[in-house]
Design a protein around this ligand. Structure first.
Ligand code: HAM
Length: 411
């Protein structure tokens, strides 16, 4: 069948080898930082029951209302490609009875997530998140630890980001504050944007997110949740702040910080990079003390974050340094030496040396050029004689056997 040009679906991208290297390095670095703090890696499915996200993320959120890739399977079940990780992790915590383990249970993961958003730089329909969660304790040191760990990952990745911090208190405080805010919004209804006005009843907090000038003016005078926290939440937040200060982790208080997910209680935070333009959020998270219970588990506090791999790499100032270590290129100087060259490449690899050989029919000169292109530190020329060239010094010498060649390169 003749057809048009096939392209990757809108909002998706291919990862090609040069990018893959940077991604792998970021994941390795994150594994090091997180495993070093006792977080164990987990994987949950990329699709889950739609009900998990409706209940977990919240019916009134943009994610659930507009952005989920939802489909019916052949058995008529409604499934959704996961838009975020926290709901799935809580589901797994309940399903595997992890509340019976010593608490807190510390988990990290990375993988693809899906949101049907309008694509732009740094915003995709399939993207990759790094995620860390600590369940089963409301100790403020977990909030601070998680924030510090993400700050370390960002710093070591060469990302400069500001940490915005706030506290949303508990559900009761939020409900009371919600009524107060609701009354304020009703009193200023005519100044608000249509979108904010439509959500006065379902999600009044989102009004703080608006760019609309009238809404912003009305919100400047709005009551602040941070001023309404109860005594326990106030102490909790003060401890989180003291711990961050102790760790030398700078933050800015931002009482308008509203995250796009409904499950948050107490601490919320976001790392914003000025190098990213409109999509400035490189990572964010907070505490979700009611979520496990809401999903049918025992009352369980939790806190965590997710960071966007693509956004970290976009914001990263770190130059991509070439891969270090020895890299050999085996030049086939005579066509009938291909067998020997192939054997040599395998011996080099078995000895732990990154090695490649000529596989595209290049001339001798072309092969030497190719050795340069791949960044070879050593070239082994297999012809009538066997020669090893050190590409840094330019020194070239003959060796007696394949074993000697492996040794000369590996040394
Ligand atoms: P989130 O703020 O929705 O939080 O997403 C976390 C990060 O994922 C964002 O800061 C951003 O870097 C990246 N991200 C989100 N959407 C996109 C997109 N369309 N394209 C590219 N990157 C994107 C959560 O997902 C929560 N589950 C975080 C959390 C964990 N809270 C507690 N535990």
């Amino acid at each position: 069948m003749a057809g048009g040009k096939l392209q990757a679906p809108r909002g998706t991208f291919d990862v090609l080898p040069a990018d893959a290297q940077r991604r792998d390095r970021l994941v390795e670095l994150s594994a090091q930082v997180l495993e070093g703090a006792g977080y164990g890696r987990t994987e949950t499915p990329v699709f889950e029951d739609t009900a998990l996200f409706a209940r977990g993320v919240g019916e009134s959120t943009d994610i659930v209302q507009k952005e989920m890739f939802t489909f019916e399977d052949k058995g008529g079940r409604s499934l959704t490609l996961r838009p975020e990780n926290t709901a799935g992790i809580c589901r797994a915590y309940i399903e595997h009875g992890m509340h019976k383990l010593p608490q807190p249970v510390k988990l990290w993961s990375w993988g693809p997530f899906f949101r049907h958003e309008a694509p732009q730089a740094g915003r995709y329909r399939q993207f990759t998140q790094l995620d860390a969660e600590a369940l089963g304790s409301d100790d403020p040191s977990l909030d601070a630890e998680l924030i510090v760990l993400l700050a370390q990952i960002l710093e070591r990745s060469g990302v400069k980001a500001r940490l915005l911090l706030s506290s949303l208190g508990n559900a009761e405080t939020r409900a009371e504050y919600g009524e107060e805010l609701h009354a304020h919004l009703r009193a200023h209804e005519s100044e608000l944007s249509d979108e904010v006005r439509a959500r006065i009843d379902t999600n009044p907090l989102r009004a703080f997110d608006s760019d609309h000038p009238g809404t912003r003016a009305a919100m400047a005078e709005a009551p602040r949740l941070i001023d309404r926290l109860d005594a326990e939440d106030t102490v909790h937040f003060a401890e989180v702040r003291a711990l961050l200060e102790e760790a030398g982790c700078a933050y800015e208080l931002d009482h308008t910080l509203v995250r796009g997910l409904d499950y948050y209680t107490r601490t919320v935070f976001e790392f914003a990079s000025d190098d990213l333009g409109a999509q400035s959020g490189v990572g964010g998270g907070g505490r979700y003390d009611g979520l496990v219970e809401k999903l049918g588990g025992p009352p369980t506090p939790g806190v965590g974050w997710a960071a966007g791999v693509e956004r970290i790499l976009l914001a990263s100032q770190a130059t991509t340094e070439g891969s270090a270590g020895t890299r050999a290129y085996v030049v086939v100087a005579k066509a009938d030496e291909r067998l020997r060259a192939f054997g040599l490449v395998n011996s080099l690899r078995a000895a732990g040396v990154t090695a490649e050989m000529e596989q595209a029919g290049r001339s001798f000169k072309g092969q030497m050029k190719q050795a340069d292109r791949v960044g070879a530190t050593h070239v082994v020329i297999v012809g009538d004689s066997l020669e090893v060239k050190d590409m840094h010094t330019g020194e070239q010498r003959e060796v007696a056997s394949l074993e000697d060649a492996v040794e000369a390169v590996g040394r």
